[in-house]
Design a protein around this ligand. Structure first.
Ligand code: ZN
Length: 1025
């Protein structure tokens, strides 16, 4: 969910207890519960339990009060970090070969002191990080059913609770000895004081004899706790966000018990937990609301709970509110009562399904809605009142997709209502909470007359979140290491559903681009397997799972599998999977087993495990002698020293076409390459082969000099000999091979020669984006002569096509995509024809008081050209503040960020004034693309790191998608040793505030690769451009 996100099932096919909650309410019989087939009995003997590292003594048995110590080192580390940062930025002007912008002043912070304290703290921080790093996790065995730790194999070392007593648990993962069955939540938020009080009544069942109940709780103050009506003492271990109750005697297996916790907390000021948000209504008055974002681990900030996805339970939610607000939760409202205080209490129906805590949601706001019935479900779209007009497209789209998925998955969405809510302040794109999907306004709201390209974005997010109602909500990954089972599927279905249901939105090109993007990340050594087998336990490691490997590579693998299996089998396998695991939790092998059960040929598991359990993907090299074609596979691993070789092998479903039959789907032939090398027979008369038909496979192909030459010749004669996606795939592959050092840049340019005859969107946008990224690298390196020649090359090649673009209304999405890509490059390179047209449109728009609309796909380029002048920038800023059109707003923001003076926009983004903090990653990435701002914004990130992670708090968000994006966009265009050292120096100074993030490894690797590419290719470029 935390990028763009979002799904359901047939009521009749759900086990009865899932639907009607009979399991607890009607039959509170202990024995039946324990025997419930949905939750197979646990086997205590399978437990793996490792004694923890003695390093824990540093914390657990230290003499100091832990919490003071922790606060202390955090604030001091921050100071220490500041001094490192100031040093590195003070050093850089003298060592950097570039002309730098003045360092940011208006939004920088005072520098730090206390180096001596700092060094001491550094040691402490390091040891802490090591303790966290080496923590063992607990082992889960069966679907939905965590195993208990029944015995105590060694003498255990326990950490100390807040009150000084030993905390009775020493793992980041919860013990499996207790399972929650139902939560009864009462919440009373106060939107004036921005606090809330709550009562959580948890019904649970003891899975194994145990003397403790351990659950999660974070930043909430437990006032009173009762267990079976007797007041009990609650111990808290803050670093792991856990609380516990200890008992002198064993609680017995099968026992049903009730823990009641009364607590108070502040509404979160960040974007997670139960947080407050505000916006200005059309009169300019400030309005407040409270909403939730729990995934992955923030439900514990709103109510004490067993906050792991495998602990599914039912939920009954009650919320007290002022009469001016409405409340929403996962389920329909059952009733409202007026309290003596005049406040109202809304009680929602108990969930009719078992769900994971991260899917619980509630909102208190004054929203309005539009609604429609789709079979047994009431679909509603909520927004702030003044944007009600912009909700209709979302309602139409969600309604047809709900119907589509109900049929496709052969399982009806199980709830009676489905709300889609646009929240003015929201960090992720959207979140798939069951029955209450939350969105950023820009991901849900669109005017009726907006361009299809704007609608494509909205439909994309809705399709993703809806798919989650089945893949994620109904069937959930057991633990975050298999997050791809949620996100890979939702991403896959978002494209496939739209390609089928809304072919006019033309999602095929977007999906192709996303697959290329996933390959770029997966070709680095810092990548990870889709299904991570290594430990994913700390909050940072969990946050890091939300990346393009999990989303886009996951989706790509599903596409490959589907196109490999005979028609219909993939869908059959998935219906089987949904039925088998409905209401439960799964691991990756469960999916393969379900599909294998319906697939006729070889084991799907054998093939797919080679793709999900190892990182990276293969390069297939083709060499041909007459009718004999030899295919060889190796790991496509970009490495600066060419020293890393892996022995990874994949089961590759190699598809191919040849010159006699090359574009129709029926031309496609298939061969599974399981070994390092294999031979394939073709007719001697075959002139060429093109592998990976339509680029549905997750691999890159090298055809050798002769193979490439034959393909290039053929394209020069007749472009349509291959499908547009095959042409895009050749362009993508040859640029990738150039990065790997297998083909020269001359060969790349030789393929691109054919593109003067190209008219299709996919190959042209791929060529433009590859060339632009080379252009940007040269630009940032100030290779001025090469920059000029690269610009001349791009304009020489694509200039005629750029100039021939129409600036009027264009209906086809594919043409809009192409037109906007061409014109953004043209205007970005200052092509007069383009900038003149853009300015003319902008002036018409301002003169007509913005009633003379700019076509949606041209807004970005028009605004960006206008924002280059001071008056244009200021007037766009006014429009940005006032407009209620969200799709326009986003484009204006990007235009504002493309300014030659990026300081004002970046600082404003951080301060969260008129630019909401949620937009900071977008602002930073736009500024980074331009020459004017890229060094400035890197300095800004270094100097403001602490403030950035205050807004995206460290415990939750280091490693998260916004942080990944910020790191990537600010560093990925560096290509010199100086910058490599600077980036390395900065991140290693961060210590536990982020030094071990995977995105840092990725950043360093990328800089080294850029450096290496430059070393190899600058000379060639000088010769061949
Ligand atoms: Zn998602």
């Amino acid at each position: 969910s935390p990028t763009i996100e979002s799904e359901h099932t047939r009521r009749a096919s759900l086990p009865r207890n899932m639907i009607e909650n009979s399991m607890f309410e009607e039959e509170p019989d202990v024995v039946d519960l324990a025997k419930d087939s949905t939750f197979p009995a646990l086997d205590p003997d399978e437990v793996v339990y490792e004694p923890r590292s003695s390093r824990l003594l540093v914390r657990g048995l230290g003499e100091n009060d832990l919490d003071d110590e922790e606060e202390d080192y955090e604030s001091s580390a921050r100071l220490l970090g500041m001094s490192f940062m100031n040093r590195s930025s003070a050093r850089s002007p003298s060592t950097s070969p570039y002309i730098r912008q003045a360092p940011p002043r208006s939004c920088s912070r005072p520098s730090a002191r206390m180096l001596v304290v700092g060094v001491f703290i550094l040691v402490l921080v390091t040891s802490m990080a090591m303790v966290l790093y080496f923590l063992p996790g607990c082992t889960f065995t069966k679907a939905g059913c965590p195993k208990a730790n029944s015995s105590t194999p060694m003498e255990l070392v326990y950490p100390k609770s807040t009150n000084g007593e030993l905390f009775p648990w020493n793992e980041l993962r919860l013990p499996a000895s207790v399972r929650p069955v139902n939560y009864d939540l009462s919440l009373t938020p106060n939107l004036t004081s921005m606090t809330f009080t709550g009562r959580t009544i948890i019904n649970m069942i003891i899975q194994h004899d145990t003397k403790r109940i351990v659950l999660h709780s974070s930043e909430i103050n437990i006032i009173k706790a009762t267990f079976q009506s007797v007041e009990v003492k609650v111990l808290e271990y803050k670093p792991w966000q856990q609380i516990a109750v200890s008992f002198p005697e064993d609680l017995k297996e099968g026992q049903v018990c009730v823990l009641t916790l009364d607590y108070a907390a502040s509404l979160s000021h960040t974007y997670d937990g139960f947080y407050n948000s505000s916006y200005n209504d059309k009169t300019g008055a400030k309005r407040v609301l409270a909403a939730t974002q729990f995934e992955p681990q923030a439900a514990r900030k709103a109510f004490p709970c067993f906050d792991e996805p495998a602990f599914k339970a039912t939920f009954l939610v009650r919320i007290t509110r002022e009469p001016e607000y409405i409340t929403l939760s996962n389920m329909p409202k059952a009733n409202t009562t007026t309290l003596p205080s005049g406040m109202l209490e809304d009680v929602f129906e108990q969930t009719s399904v078992n769900m994971s805590t991260y899917l619980v949601a509630f909102i208190v706001a004054n929203f309005t809605s539009v609604t429609r019935n789709v079979s047994k479900t009431l679909v509603s779209v909520y927004s702030v009142p003044e944007k009600k007009e912009h909700t209709h497209y979302a309602l139409d789209t969600a309604s047809s997709l709900l119907h589509f998925y109900n049929t496709l998955f052969d399982t009806d969405y199980p709830l009676r209502k489905l709300d889609l809510v646009a929240i003015p302040d929201f960090l992720a794109g959207a979140m798939e909470n069951w029955g209450l999907i939350t969105f950023r306004e820009t991901s849900l709201l669109v005017q009726n007359q907006s361009s299809p390209l704007d609608k494509q974005l909205i439909a994309n997010v809705i399709a993703h979140e809806l798919a989650h109602q089945w893949f994620g909500n109904l069937v959930t990954m057991r633990w975050w290491n298999d997050l791809w089972l949620n996100e890979g599927f939702a991403t896959y279905w978002q494209y496939v559903s739209l390609m089928t249901e809304f072919p006019q939105l033309y999602l095929g090109n977007v999906f192709l681009k996303e697959r290329f993007k996933a390959m770029a990340k997966d070709s680095l050594n810092s990548s990870h397997p889709v299904s991570v087998s290594a430990q994913v336990t700390t909050p940072e490691q969990v946050s890091e799972m939300f990346d393009s490997i999990t989303y886009e590579k996951g989706a790509s693998l599903l596409l490959m599998l589907n196109s490999t299996l005979p028609d219909g089998q993939f869908r059959k396998g998935l219906i089987k999977y949904l039925n088998q695991y409905s209401g439960c939790n799964t691991v990756t092998d469960d999916l393969w087993n379900s599909i294998t059960q319906v697939a006729v040929q070889e084991s799907v598991s054998d093939m797919m495990r080679t793709w999900t359990l190892q990182k990276g993907f293969p390069l297939v090299t083709v060499s041909r002698k007459g009718g004999e074609v030899t295919l060889t596979q190796e790991h496509f691993l970009l490495s600066a020293d060419n020293a890393t070789h892996t022995t990874s092998l994949w089961h590759i479903p190699v598809t191919y076409v040849n010159d006699s039959c090359s574009s129709a789907p029926s031309c496609r032939q298939m061969f599974t390459l399981r070994n390092k090398t294999a031979t394939l027979k073709v007719s001697e008369s075959v002139k060429w082969l093109k592998l990976n038909y339509m680029n549905t496979g997750f691999y890159i192909v090298h055809y050798g000099d002769e193979g490439w030459a034959a393909l290039i010749d053929s394209l020069k004669t007749d472009v349509s000999t291959l499908t547009p996606h095959d042409r895009a795939s050749l362009i993508h592959n040859i640029f990738s091979l150039s990065r790997l050092g297998r083909v020269s840049f001359r060969q790349v340019l030789s393929l691109l020669d054919y593109t003067t005859n190209e008219t299709e969107t996919a190959p042209l946008t791929e060529a433009l984006s590859q060339l632009s990224s080379v252009y940007r690298l040269l630009d940032k390196r100030q290779e001025l002569r090469l920059v000029a020649r690269m610009k001349a090359y791009i304009l020489g090649h694509f200039g005629p096509l750029m100039d021939s673009q129409d600036w009027g209304v264009e209906e086809s999405v594919s043409s809009q995509e192409l037109r906007s890509a061409l014109l953004e490059v043209a205007c970005g390179l200052g092509r007069q024809n383009c900038t003149n047209q853009a300015m003319a449109l902008y002036e018409q728009w301002t003169k007509s008081n913005q009633t003379n609309r700019i076509p949606g796909d041209l807004q970005q380029v028009v605004f960006s050209v206008a924002a280059q002048s001071d008056s244009g920038w200021l007037s766009l800023l006014d429009t940005y503040r006032l407009t209620t059109y969200d799709s326009e707003k986003r484009k204006i923001l990007q235009a504002l960020a493309s300014t030659q003076d990026p300081r004002r926009i970046v600082c404003a983004g951080l301060e969260g004034g008129f630019i909401q903090t949620q937009e900071l990653p977008l602002v930073i990435s736009t500024v980074s693309d331009g020459f004017a701002g890229h060094l400035f914004v890197w300095d800004f990130v270094k100097e403001s790191w602490d403030r950035i992670i205050e807004n995206f708090p460290i415990r939750i968000y280091v490693g998260s998608y916004p942080i990944q994006s910020i790191i990537k966009s600010t560093t990925s265009q560096f290509s010199t040793q100086t910058h490599l050292e600077e980036v390395q120096g900065f991140f290693s100074s961060l210590k536990e505030r982020g030094s071990h993030m995977r995105s840092v490894q990725e950043a360093l690797e990328t800089i080294r690769l850029n450096q290496h590419w430059m070393d190899r290719n600058l000379a060639t470029l000088r010769d061949w451009l």
